[in-house]
Design a binder for this molecule. Structure first.
Ligand SMILES: Nc1ncnc2c1ncn2[C@@H]1O[C@H](COP(=O)(O)OP(=O)(O)O)[C@@H](O)[C@H]1O
Ligand SMILES: [Mg+2]
Length: 157
């Protein structure tokens, strides 16, 4: 997956899970490990980043194991940097597997509208993204261009 918060990556990934894919999500594991509800807020940013990096490493190994056993996998990360996309493509190719880069696109007003709804929810996949954080994500986001991406702009609401 590739796209900013609110683009619909997790929703899309969950549809693949219903078709038999294994979903890898850092948000999901970090949420469980720190004990759920609002726990992200009580961790200092440094500790939170450390935990996210640790889970990322674990899931990289998990991805390799899953590929070896022939499973279909959806990596539910934002993949905002080209370097990260290139790195994971190389891992997939090294194991003789096939990657797809699904770039979910939505305009800013749509992202804001969806996040306003989602921010009222709780859970691993509804981590609060306020305006400042959305600005930062959008500023840093390196849009895939000529990377073999499939661009999707579906919207159901
Ligand atoms: N294609 C879509 N059209 C309209 N709303 C969507 C779509 N995909 C997801 N949503 C809604 O938008 C919000 C953000 O979706 P989510 O899958 O959590 O995004 P992401 O994982 O990319 O941050 C959720 O409340 C979700 O129900
Ligand atoms: Mg998500």
């Amino acid at each position: 997956m590739c796209g900013p918060p609110g683009a619909g990556k997790t929703t899309y990934a969950m549809a693949l899970v219903r078709r038999g894919y294994v979903r890898l999500s850092i948000d999901e594991v970090v949420w469980r490990r720190i004990g759920g509800r609002d726990a992200g807020l009580v961790l200092e940013t440094e500790r939170y980043d450390e935990l996210r990096n640790q889970v990322r490493q674990e899931q990289r190994r998990e991805l390799v194991e899953l590929m070896r056993t022939g499973r279909d996998v959806v990596v539910d990360y934002s993949f905002w940097s080209r370097a990260a996309r290139d790195e994971y493509k190389a891992i997939v190719e090294r194991h003789g597997c096939h990657w797809e880069l699904v770039h979910l696109k939505a305009d800013r007003a749509t992202l804001e509208r969806r996040l306003a709804v989602r921010n009222r929810e709780e859970g691993a996949n509804a981590v609060t993204v306020d305006e400042g954080l959305l600005n930062r994500y959008l500023a840093d986001f390196e849009e895939p261009d000529g990377e073999g991406e499939q661009v999707r702009r579906q919207t159901w609401g």
